[in-house]
Structure formats: structure tokens, C-alpha cells
Write a protein that binds this ligand. Structure first.
Ligand code: SAH
Length: 213
């Protein structure tokens, strides 16, 4: 797949749209301008890659809406070399944005077909994401603690294991709720204290238990 003048132009327009919708972090906007979103699409939807919408990927999942990716990434306040855990690799697009911002990214996916497809894609595109086929509710205790954690599926509650794997001073950005979710940012203040901030309503595919496949 190629990144042509046309796709670069469409991407620039999308970035301007995100800016108009309130995304102001220049590093986030730059990362999203650098990563060709159409590389992460199924061929049937390719022509829609630069619309600010979610689209279907394998295993009945979706690649998140660009605004949502920008919003979550902005809340994470990523600094270079930070260790970040993503729950819900999906297409790999969000993980690539984090890599582009200089993070060391670990990502978990529970759908086997999607995990396999995305692993191959990330190798081809040379995005150095450490990918795991597993259940995001458990996190990655062997690689903890993480500076930041991002959950990209709708969680019915905040998983305890993920809280334990957050560094003190670190953030977890997670959409919490069943049919619709409230975007929450949880800051680990001390070993036992967590501050929670709410950032409005979103709609994600559900965070399900156990691996599939
Ligand atoms: N970040 C992705 C968004 C994919 S949608 C992207 O940029 O494309 C959310 C993903 O979370 C889906 O692929 C879904 O299979 C996955 N998911 C749901 N529950 C999970 C769990 N318990 N552990 C890991 N991944 C999960």
C-alpha cells in the first residue's frame, strides 16, 4: 500500500477537522499526520480512511474514530520513552500513534484472527509494538509497572489488575460503562489512592473476558 499525495492531502484535512473539534496537543496532531490510517483498513472501506468515523475490521471489531484516538492520546500526556500498555490492539492504529510519539508500547488483543493479522501488519510497517494474544483484564504483570495504560474497548468496570500495574503518578485512560461509556482518566496518587476524572461520553466495542480462538 502507498501513501500518495492524495492520501497525504486527505490526512491533512482530517487533522484540521480534529483541530476544529478541539484537539490541541501538537504532538498528537503531528503523530496522526504521520501515520497513514488507510494502512490499517480493510480493503472494502479504504476510501473512507480519512473520515472522522469508526469502521469495521476483522472479528466484528472496529478501528476507533480518529477523534477518539486523538482524545484518548491527548489525555495520556505521553512523554518520550514512557512505557505504555494498550488493551485492545485491534487494527494497530492507536498503538502506532503511541510509537510515533516515542512511547514503548505493549498491546494486548483477545481476538486471535485480529492479533495474527495485526502482528504481521506491524512487522511490515516497522512499528515496534510488543504484541500479546491474551486477556486485557489481566494486563501484563511480567512487564509492569507502566507509566500509562490505555483501554480501547468499553470496560464494565475498572479492572483491579490494571490499577496495580500503573506507576505512582501514572495515568490510565479508560472508557467505563456498558452501552455507552464515560471516558475516565485515573491517576495513581499513591500505592492505595487513585484520583478519577470524567471526560464525557463515548461508544466503544465491549471489553470481553478471556481469549477468543
Ligand atoms: N485500538 C484499536 C481499537 C480496536 S477496538 C485500534 O486502534 O484499531 C477494541 C479492541 O479491543 C477489539 O479488537 C477487541 O477485540 C479488543 N478487546 C475486547 N476485549 C478485550 C480484552 N479483554 N483484552 C484484550 N482486547 C480486548
Amino acid at each position: 500500500m502507498q501513501d500518495t499525495y492524495q492520501t497525504k492531502g486527505l490526512r491533512k484535512k482530517l487533522i484540521e477537522e480534529l483541530r476544529r473539534k478541539g484537539i490541541s496537543n501538537e504532538q498528537v496532531l503531528e503523530a496522526m499526520n504521520n501515520v497513514p490510517r488507510h494502512f490499517f483498513f480493510e480493503s472494502a472501506f479504504l476510501s473512507h480512511a480519512y473520515e472522522d468515523k469508526a469502521f469495521p475490521i476483522l472479528a466484528d471489531q472496529t478501528i476507533s474514530q480518529p477523534y477518539t484516538v486523538a482524545f484518548q492520546t491527548q489525555l495520556l500526556e505521553i512523554k518520550k520513552n514512557e512505557k505504555v500498555l494498550e488493551v485492545g490492539t485491534g487494527s494497530g492504529y492507536q498503538a502506532s500513534i503511541l510509537v510515533e510519539m516515542g512511547a514503548k508500547v505493549y498491546s494486548i488483543e483477545r481476538q486471535k484472527t485480529l492479533y495474527q493479522q495485526t502482528k504481521k501488519r506491524m512487522e511490515e510497517l516497522h512499528y515496534a509494538v510488543k504484541m500479546f494474544y491474551g486477556d486485557g483484564y489481566a494486563g501484563l504483570p511480567n512487564f509492569a509497572p507502566f507509566d500509562k495504560i490505555i483501554v480501547t474497548c468499553g470496560a464494565p468496570f475498572i479492572p483491579e489488575d490494571l490499577k496495580k500495574q500503573l506507576k505512582i503518578g501514572g495515568y490510565m485512560v479508560i472508557p467505563v460503562g456498558d452501552d455507552t461509556q464515560i471516558m475516565q482518566r485515573i491517576k495513581r496518587v499513591s500505592e492505595t489512592e487513585f484520583d478519577v476524572e470524567d471526560y464525557g461520553n463515548f461508544r466503544f466495542v465491549p471489553m470481553l473476558e478471556d481469549r477468543n480462538g
